[in-house]
Design a protein around this ligand. Structure first.
Ligand SMILES: [Zn+2]
Length: 313
């Protein structure tokens, strides 16, 4: 049976803003939308620091309207966490009055039938504003006409400008390893390490992906490998990972299991870091009810000769 697992990748992302983005985001805090004018007179909102056509530096800030026109849209029926709105809404590209390009944001609308390209909208400002794109809570339908002339020069100067933006990036997804890797994971749970042999080049892949990456043909012949193997290369890890309950320093190694034509990676323990070496013979150690070996430890055998694993580096 094919396995699935929920996975989350999450990391904070911090960037310094520079003069244009700083003015844009600080402006939002003050309920002012700034764009930038290009040499040929177009107004870009959101502003770019460099002309996307000529790469020329852009610093000519202008204020545009807080009303605009939807240029295209897409309905989100089931908003994910941290979306601008909790209720179903439309993602819209809005060309604000005075701008020549469109800004991506959310439109609060009762349903997709209430949204159309060309509809007029206006900004709904967030009650608490910090100098971020979320200072625009969303857009909302608006009956007023377009005001093309609504562009006024702006210095971009504000008291207490926002200069750094921190964005938590998070990706939630479901990983499906597929049939070949599911077979491998099932065997691992029984403390067996299996690979699959390519019918063409005869290489044994561990973990198997169901296909030989060199020949492009399906692999189906299951082969037991290891459990012993050889350290082909390694590194000493000195930075502690937030969610990993392992003290630093520790060694992470590429290990060529006996019978495998591809090295997998695992942690080496049971030996001081400075004694780990290429050619060290190791074996897996399972702890608790873990599916994967917790780590690999030295077997005490003599080191493998370089020639026996040099093709697996
Ligand atoms: Zn092959």
């Amino acid at each position: 049976m094919a396995l699935t697992a929920p996975l989350v990748v999450e990391f904070p992302f911090t960037r310094s803003l520079g003069p244009v983005q700083s003015a844009f985001l600080t402006g939002l805090r003050e309920r002012t939308v700034l764009g930038v004018r290009t040499a040929d007179g177009r107004v870009l909102v959101p502003p770019a620091e460099y002309d996307p056509g000529t790469a020329e530096e852009l610093r000519d800030l202008v204020e545009v309207g807080s009303t605009g026109t939807v240029t295209t849209w897409s309905w989100e029926p089931d908003p994910r966490p941290k979306r601008p709105l909790r209720t179903p809404f439309a993602w819209v590209l809005v060309r604000l009055d005075g701008a020549d390009t469109a800004l991506l944001h959310a439109l609060d609308a009762p349903g997709p039938e209430a949204v159309h390209t060309g509809m007029r909208v206006r900004i709904r400002w967030a009650a608490e504003r910090t100098g971020a794109i979320t200072d625009i809570a969303c857009f909302e339908p608006y009956g007023g006409e377009e005001r093309r002339a609504h562009v006024t020069p702006h210095s971009g100067q504000f008291a207490d400008p926002v200069t750094v933006l921190t964005t938590p990036a998070r990706l939630d997804y479901t990983y499906t390893p597929g049939r070949a890797q599911s077979r491998h994971l099932d065997a691992l749970a029984r403390h067996r390490i299996t690979g699959e042999r390519c019918p063409a080049c005869r290489k044994v892949y561990v973990p198997p992906r169901g296909v030989c990456p060199t020949c492009g043909v399906a692999t189906a012949e299951e082969v037991d490998v290891g459990p012993r193997g050889t350290v082909t290369t390694f590194c000493v890890v000195n930075i502690k990972a937030r969610h990993l309950d392992i003290d630093v320093p520790y060694v992470y190694a590429h290990i060529a299991l006996d019978g495998a034509d591809l090295a997998l990676h695992g942690r080496i323990a049971g030996i001081p870091c400075e004694q780990v070496r290429m050619g060290l013979r190791v074996e897996p150690v399972w702890t608790g009810d873990g599916r994967h070996p917790d780590h690999y430890r030295p077997t005490g055998e003599p080191d493998a000769a370089y020639d026996t694993y040099k093709g697996l580096l």
